[in-house]
Design a binder for this molecule. Structure first.
Ligand code: ADP
Length: 174
């Protein structure tokens, strides 16, 4: 029997509980889930592709049918190369819909054999985004309700290196 393989692509800069929830739920729906870190999105990045993969690997280590990797180029090409039949995306608020719809239809043109499914966010994560995590952290806020401890550690390490978007953020208690 053919394995149902899904690819969950994103920038994951950094991974947060909203992403983890979608990955966990997709892992139940498919035989294999590949969480794919897009290396060079248009938005400014805080973490390297390698760092984003490392955080995801730790945060999702409890899920046995998940693999984590990074990629460049067209998502549908990568999905085809991995043998995936489905792209998984998460929907938070209505404003996500237009963008996801446009992407899904574009990907349908580029790779008609690959389908997109969108999972609705869980209520408590409806307003959670990677940029919110970074903004709260940089402003000195506690992000432990938003991300796995490995991400808190990585954010603290970035800050110690003078990272966090090139800005040295003030010391805070997390
Ligand atoms: P972000 O918007 O947090 O920077 P990405 O661009 O990495 O995240 O998004 C990857 C996928 O995860 C997208 O399909 C996005 O809609 C989804 N996603 C992001 N945040 C959430 C959330 N809080 N709940 C559900 N899905 C989410």
């Amino acid at each position: 029997m053919t394995q149902k393989i899904a690819l969950y692509p994103g920038s994951f800069d950094p991974v947060h509980f909203g992403h983890m929830d979608i990955a966990q739920r997709a892992a139940v729906l498919f035989d294999q889930l590949i969480v794919a870190v897009y290396e060079t999105p248009k938005k400014p990045l805080l973490f390297s592709a390698q760092e984003r993969v490392a955080m995801l690997t730790t945060a999702l280590a409890h899920l046995k049918n998940i693999t984590i990797c990074s990629y460049t180029g067209l998502t549908v090409n990568f999905a085809q190369a991995q043998g995936a039949q489905v792209l998984v995306r998460g929907l938070r608020v209505i404003s996500d819909f237009e963008m996801e719809y446009q992407m899904a239809l574009t990907n349908q043109q580029l790779g008609p054999d690959i389908d997109t499914i969108c999972l609705m966010t869980r209520y408590e994560y409806a307003f959670l985004s990677a940029s919110l995590v970074k903004e709260v952290f940089m402003a000195g806020g506690n992000v432990s309700q938003m991300v796995h401890p490995v991400v808190v550690e990585s954010l603290l390490r970035k800050r110690a290196q003078g990272g966090a978007g090139g800005v040295v953020v003030p010391a805070i208690s997390l």
